[in-house]
Design a protein around this ligand. Structure first.
Ligand code: FE2
Length: 500
């Protein structure tokens, strides 16, 4: 029996959808700019079955991919579950087989030999291939037009790691992709691998490292010459897993470590910087660059545990102040070993959902876009309920001048991660549009909203209105039609549900 009434997290926009959709020529309010010619993918969480353990966390839900395809002011929409081995097995058994988050000891015996991949974090297109990523597993390869699942991918047998980050980076200058694996030889291993791909998607080289601490490593950064690998204070242990807990607990005593590896370096060339524990909670970074002997990165970083779903290892209560991020600029001096810190926007507490104009990854940059809770913006509590800690604002940060602008999608709308789309291939940095999904709590329906990034505070200039609510998104990805050509409405004609 499928009954989510015992799952307290399955409420509102977090309630599972459990269906797949195709909408041809969606309703649009306003005018979609001609620059929106391409595909916006979203990775979402959407449980097919009620969780096997009490208080399971959303990160453990099945992955689904949404696709908005834009051309000439029109939009088509498609959603599909990712057919992971886990999804397929649970669908066959009509119940959850996998237990606590990344804890094999809590799985049903039928799941013993199966991949635990949920593929629920990030969609990425590189070399014409669409991947659905989860940091604890290899990527799932999908058809970028139909969203049909192809396989759990090991890059032609070259991926000698059990995991693969959900945040690979593509160098906009060279087209190369760089990625990493942590716990790369299985749960609790201190092995770290950095993978280098040619522009055509071939994995040519992996550099294997040892981590100073086995911890969550959700994101990393690249510059034109370096790879930057931050650890976090989110740690794990065999005892924790044997006790049936989810994978992570936060240890406030663990220092922040950042490994810096030259892109052309080998194992012995990595250099680990050690900082205090209040530098151990970088979840997503905005951008990084190398200037002479200095490696510089900007990122929202919390002082402590960022997520109450992962308890404090010392049993202390969750600290809601310490979870707040500030945007920090870290400078690593490769000559002196110094690690300096500067706060860029004092008093502003953004989420870790930081995005930028991806054409400027590895380079000096000015603009970033973030998702926040802003109680100063109008909020219609009578129609939408309390705002609480829901996100109702996008901010555009000016990293050169320390200023920012904000916008919202309306007084009953929450927002999800912003995605920047350039106005054209040669447009200046930040000249384009910010798109993303808004959830209207008054109507319980979702919209994709479009904001002109240069006239940011004016808010949405167009809305793609869906007749239902969408699953909750983690991350999104834009790919232009120049980088992923499609024949609008023909390449991906309805091919039927993918029953497995
Ligand atoms: Fe992420």
């Amino acid at each position: 029996m499928v009954d989510f009434s015992g799952d307290p997290s399955a409420r509102g926009f977090y309630a599972p959808l459990r269906f797949e959709a195709d909408l041809h020529d969606c309703q649009v309010e306003g005018t979609l700019p001609a620059a929106l010619d391409g595909t916006f993918y979203r990775s979402c969480v959407d449980r097919r079955y009620p969780p096997r353990v009490a208080n399971d966390i959303p990160y453990n839900a099945d992955g689904a991919i949404d696709m908005f395809r834009f051309r000439d002011g029109h939009v088509d929409f498609r959603s599909r579950y990712v057919r992971t081995p886990r999804y397929v097995a649970e669908r066959r058994e009509r119940r959850a087989l996998f237990g606590a988050y990344r804890n094999k000891y809590t799985n049903d015996p039928l799941a013993t030999d199966l991949s635990m991949n949920t593929a629920n974090t990030t969609p990425i297109v590189h070399a014409g291939k669409l991947f659905a990523m989860k940091e604890s597993s290899p990527p799932m390869l999908l058809d970028p037009h139909t969203l049909r699942t192809i396989e759990e991918h090991d890059f032609g047998g070259r991926l000698g790691a059990t995991s693969f980050t959900a945040h690979p980076k593509i160098d906009p200058t060279t087209g190369e992709m760089i990625a990493f694996s942590y716990e790369a030889k299985g749960d609790l291993s201190d092995d770290l691998a950095v993978h280098f791909f040619t522009p055509d998607g071939t994995l040519t080289r992996s550099v294997w490292l040892k981590c100073p601490v086995v911890s969550m490593m959700h994101d990393f950064m690249i510059t034109q010459t370096h790879v930057i690998l931050p650890t976090t204070g989110m740690v794990t242990s065999e005892a924790r897993l044997l006790a049936g807990e989810n994978h992570w607990a936060y240890d406030p005593a663990v220092p922040g470590y950042v490994g810096i590896l030259p892109r052309d370096g080998t194992t012995q060339d990595v250099r680990w910087f050690q900082g205090p524990p209040d530098r151990a909670m970088l979840i997503h970074a905005t951008n990084a660059r190398t200037e002479g002997n200095k490696v510089i990165l900007d990122a929202p970083v919390a002082r402590g545990n960022f997520n109450p779903q992962f308890p404090n290892a010392d049993g202390s209560p969750f600290d809601h102040e310490a979870r707040k991020n500030t945007v920090r600029r870290w400078t690593f001096d490769l000559a002196t070993g110094a690690w300096d810190e500067e706060i860029l926007f004092p008093g502003v507490t953004p989420t870790s959902f930081t995005r930028m104009d991806d054409r400027f990854i590895t380079k000096a940059f000015r603009w970033s876009f973030n998702l926040l809770t802003d109680t100063a913006l109008p909020w219609d509590e009578a129609r939408a309920g309390p705002l609480g800690s829901q996100w109702n604002a996008w901010y555009r940060f000016d990293h050169l001048h320390g200023t920012y602008e904000k916008c919202s999608a309306g007084p009953t709308h929450t927002l999800l991660e912003p995605q920047f789309v350039p106005r054209g291939a040669d447009a200046p940095e930040g000249d384009g549009y910010v798109i993303g999904v808004a959830n209207n709590l008054a109507t319980m329906a979702s919209e994709l909203v479009v904001v002109d990034a240069v006239d940011f505070a004016a808010g949405p200039i167009a809305r793609v209105k869906l007749p239902f609510r969408l699953h909750m998104q983690v991350h999104g990805w834009w790919v232009s039609s120049a980088d992923l050509p499609f024949d609008f409405g023909r390449d991906y004609d309805y091919d039927g549900p993918q029953y497995l």
